[in-house]
Design a protein around this ligand. Structure first.
Ligand code: DAH
Length: 342
């Protein structure tokens, strides 16, 4: 009776083991037959009911069945592991012949390109490039540049101040770098200083509360207005191309005397007048002049011995001309469709 039971268990278990498809399934079959509450174990627990003669015979048979099942499980587990590995390898197969994904690569912003070009030109002429603070003292931004208390550009409606008594501000121009250079450098001085400047402007096609300027300054013995004109014309021709027409108009700045503004003929209409140049045929690109003797004196330079010129140009304007961009806002919006064109 018990022998038949063992035989049935053996057959069923071997079939079940051979039929398993995965390691977890094999484990549950093992538990079902060989576990503490398994079928084979249950039969063994009945051994006590057998006669002393039968007991060793059945004991031996039961052990044989157990050994056979264990070895079948062992064999099946190797088969299943190999199968699992084969499936894993198949699923993870790498096709090294598939073309790679191209990573889109950007390039410099047109403003950076324009600035790099200008820096190269000036460095080639022996100028040093300076960097300075955007949070500036009104002393450097105004007082030391001859823009005394009451000058319209010092008004709260024009300038971003940090304190009630208007001493600390976001620089409204790169010109304070003139003073910083005079303070810290030995003569003769030949510098440019590009950077961000801030004014309380509304945004339109040609205005933004933050924009970029490049300051330039030369101080040496015997420097004249014709050096200024010659240098600027050379630079402009390198940026806009040979034969670019410029003009100098008289103007007023507190820190230069005489002062002027430089215009270039409109790149869009060639001087006829169009929306880009507001119908004038000319586009103003910079302010300049001979450094006021008082400005030199305030920084400890003797105007009887030294003279100098300075200019401040708008980088956005320049980039707009250089790349024929019609609206300033495009430069700041960073729309990829726009930037990709450069
Ligand atoms: N700082 C002036 C401005 O923002 C521009 C300027 C004019 C700079 C004349 C100069 C200069 O260095 O000499 O409008």
């Amino acid at each position: 009776m018990m022998k038949e039971q063992l035989e049935v268990i053996r057959q069923h278990a071997l079939e079940a083991i051979a039929g398993t498809q995965a390691t977890a399934e094999l484990e549950s079959v093992r538990v079902q037959y060989l576990g503490k509450k398994g079928e084979l174990t249950a039969v063994l627990k009945q051994m006590g009911k057998l006669s002393p003669e039968e007991r060793p015979i059945m004991g031996q048979k039961a052990n044989e069945v157990r050994a056979e099942l264990e070895s079948a499980i062992e064999t099946q587990s190797v088969i299943l592991a190999e199968k699992a590995m084969a499936e894993k390898l198949k699923a993870e197969a790498l096709d090294v012949t598939i073309p790679g994904k191209t990573v889109p690569q950007g390039h410099k912003h047109p403003m950076t390109m324009a600035l790099d070009e200008i820096k190269d030109i000036f460095v080639g002429m022996g100028f040093t490039v300076l960097d300075g603070p955007e949070v500036e003292l009104a002393t450097y931004n105004f007082d030391r540049l001859n823009a005394e208390e009451g000058h319209p550009s010092r008004d709260w409606s024009d300038t971003f101040y940090f304190d009630e008594d208007s001493r600390v501000m976001l620089r409204s121009q790169t010109s304070p770098m003139q003073v910083r250079a005079m303070e810290s450098m030995d003569l003769p001085i030949r510098i440019i200083a590009p950077g961000r400047v801030y004014r309380k402007d509304e945004v339109d096609a040609t205005h933004s509360p933050m924009f970029h300027q490049i300051e330039g300054m030369v101080i040496d013995k015997g420097v004249t207005m014709s050096d200024l004109k010659g240098t600027l014309n050379t630079v402009i021709e390198q940026i806009y191309g040979k034969g670019t027409v410029t003009r100098f108009r008289p103007h007023h700045f507190p820190f230069t005397e005489p002062s002027c503004e430089m215009d270039i003929q409109c790149h869009k209409c060639g001087g006829k007048g169009c929306p880009t140049c507001k119908g004038e045929g000319w586009i103003e690109v910079l302010g300049a002049g001979m450094i006021h003797p008082d400005v030199l004196r305030m920084s400890g330079i003797d105007p009887e011995v030294y003279s100098g010129w300075a200019f401040g140009m708008g980088l956005e304007r320049l980039a707009m001309g250089r790349f024929k961009i019609a609206d300033l806002r495009l430069i700041f919006e960073n729309d990829i469709r726009f930037l990709e064109q450069f």
